[in-house]
Design a protein around this ligand. Structure first.
Ligand SMILES: NC(=O)c1ccc[n+]([C@@H]2O[C@H](COP(=O)([O-])OP(=O)(O)OC[C@H]3O[C@@H](n4cnc5c(N)ncnc54)[C@H](O)[C@@H]3O)[C@@H](O)[C@H]2O)c1
Length: 343
């Protein structure tokens, strides 16, 4: 395979984020072509493929994986299918980009990692904040020692409101498995080389208190202690009425970096009400350059044969914290990561 030939990539799961990912591959990447879309929902793959001039659409994912012309897949199905799809794709010899969470159990995380290793294919996970310019520059500043030794870290996710989803359709523990998993990866990445040792999580249904009795959680705060002494806080809420608000902060012995801005741009409107700014409303807008960069890097990894971005092992490390959070909420106590690792 020519090193310069665009990677033939298939999308698995043509839902909200899969549609955005497919548009990025089709319209913004020069090192990949959208070769197929697969989705079991009748018509979903065909509609998206047709709109993006993609030649192949499948309702049967296995049939797509049997196509030898497909070199790589982007998995954007619901989370509970990720591990089996990643394993099947790796076993079919495809390079794997898997949306987060790669797995919901450590056993499944190990299965995905092993399948990619045995097949000799790259496995990259969708922790897109690492590719955002502000977060990447913050990471570089920390790595260059500009803030000294990290002491306090903070990462937050506030999804745009008003919250309109049906809580009954949201899988249990989504706030940890699918929302805060981004923050856990961000904190691990920014506090590079340190290992988390203890987690304490508090979670509630402050947006939809009526759904609390059925297990719905939409608000959480997590503290994480690391073995280098640093203490981190991660927090999430499903309904920020002012927009999609993603921020990070690392305070150290010699300074601080802050990352993320809910404002869309540096434009300010000055009028009779004062000064105002428009805000980000969608992840697919605010992170479009980060998603583009993560896919461009993945395609390079496919050609090079090794991943430079977030790996299966990184997904497993973030999952350990999510699992500790769940135990902490269930048992209302701090949970040692050793408990999670030994189970
Ligand atoms: N990295 C990010 O910023 C980001 C943002 C949003 C969502 N996500 C993740 O992406 C995943 C998808 O989220 P979404 O909001 O697009 O969901 P969605 O429900 O909108 O779309 C899921 C799609 O997968 C299809 N599907 C269902 N079962 C399937 C299977 N077995 N095989 C293949 N396809 C299947 C569905 O028909 C649907 O079209 C979730 O894991 C979510 O956490 C990541």
């Amino acid at each position: 395979m020519s090193a310069n030939k665009p990677v033939a990539v298939a999308l698995i799961g043509a839902g909200r984020i899969g549609t955005s990912h497919a548009e990025i591959v089709a319209n913004r990447l020069t090192n990949a072509t959208l070769a197929a879309v697969a989705d079991p929902a009748p018509g979903a793959a065909a509609r998206l493929a047709d709109r993006l001039a993609c030649p192949l659409a499948y309702t049967d994912v296995d049939e797509m994986l049997a196509n030898p012309d497909i070199e790589a897949v982007i998995i954007a199905s619901p989370a509970r299918f990720h591990t089996n799809l990643a394993v099947a794709a790796a076993q079919a010899g495809k390079a794997v980009f898997c949306e987060k969470p790669m797995a919901l159990t450590l056993e499944d995380a190990d299965r995905a990692i092993a399948a990619a290793r045995e097949a000799g294919v790259p496995l990259q996970v969708g922790f897109n904040r690492r590719w955002d310019q502000a977060f990447a520059e913050g990471h570089a500043a920390i790595a260059a020692g500009k803030i000294g030794t990290p002491q306090l870290l903070r990462s937050l996710t506030r999804d745009p409101g008003p919250f309109s989803a049906d809580p009954a359709r949201i899988p249990p523990w989504t706030i940890f498995f699918e929302t805060l998993i981004h923050d856990f990866d961000t904190l691990l990445w920014l506090n590079a080389g340190a290992t988390p040792v203890e987690v304490y999580a508090v979670a509630d249904a402050l947006v939809r208190p009526d759904a609390k009795s059925s297990g719905h959680l939409d608000t959480a705060v997590v503290t994480i202690r690391f073995d280098n002494g640093a203490i981190a806080v991660a927090e999430a809420n499903f309904s920020a009425l002012y927009g999609y608000d993603i921020r990070g902060e690392v305070f150290g012995s010699a300074g601080m970096v802050t990352m993320g801005d809910v404002r869309r741009s540096s434009m300010r409107l000055f009028d009779q009400h004062g000064v105002s700014s428009d805000t980000w409303r969608l992840d697919t807008d605010s992170f479009i350059d980060a998603y583009t960069a993560e896919f461009a890097a993945f395609m390079e990894a496919v050609r090079r044969g090794s991943v430079a971005g977030p790996s299966g092992e990184d997904a497993r490390a973030a999952l350990e914290i999510a699992l500790a959070c769940i135990k902490s909420v269930e048992e209302k106590r701090p949970v040692s990561l050793a408990e999670i690792r030994s189970n």
